[in-house]
Ligand binder design. Sequence first.
Ligand SMILES: Nc1nc2c(ncn2[C@@H]2O[C@H](COP(=O)(O)OP(=O)(O)OP(=O)(O)O)[C@@H](O)[C@H]2O)c(=O)[nH]1
Ligand SMILES: [Mg+2]
Length: 219
Amino acid sequence: MHDVRKIDVMESIYDENDHIAAHIREDLTERGIFAVNVMGAPGIGKTTVIRGIIAELRGLKPYVIEGDIESDIDARALRALGVSAFQINTFGACHLDAPLVHNAVGNMSFDSKGVLFIENIGNLVCPAEFTVGEHALILICSVTEGSDKPYKYPLAFEKADLILMNKVDLKPYTDFDEEFFMKGLRALNKDAALIEVSGKTGEGFAAAAAWIAERAKAI
Ligand SMILES: Nc1nc2c(ncn2[C@@H]2O[C@H](COP(=O)(O)OP(=O)(O)OP(=O)(O)O)[C@@H](O)[C@H]2O)c(=O)[nH]1
Ligand SMILES: [Mg+2]
């Protein structure tokens, strides 16, 4: 009895979220804004990767929504680089949802076509359950978090359109097992592109920016 009720409530929460997310996507598409939901564990390098990709975006204006439980450290760092960044603080919630992003988008001005990066809360679990109106889902992983992550956190890997393997400059110092990682990933997701990147050396950001620009053409 209890279980049945719980499922009903969750379904209605997801339905409502999806409805608002579809509205955000439509609105951004009309304005020529390609939105990417950037997910990954705390400290995996989400902000660093966003900065690296922005430096390689050609002819597309970057916009950022920063999601953090508290603080505006990441938004301030981006603004210092001249990037338009809107901070969301969830004060406890472990993911962004479509109503929060809808409010942020309503408070931002998009004066030319471009790419909206939505940096989700650092977490490999909850953000994967809520679409926020993105056109593409980018999952940031790293050679320092272990090669077993697709096996332990399958939903994020299943849903990703692009996987960026970050911190590859640290590969020589880790026991990262690429074959084991790829086996777990491909069992869940045959199509996602995977690009190795490094916030230290800048490797891979041009390729990641090119992937986004190619996808953005479709809108
Ligand atoms: N060596 C190395 N360090 C990196 C790389 N990318 C990020 N870092 C470092 O990792 C730390 C976390 O990077 P952030 O970009 O702040 O990570 P984040 O995922 O945005 O963190 P939260 O927003 O707090 O979840 C910083 O000290 C970065 O300098 C990389 O490719 N190589
Ligand atoms: Mg960050």
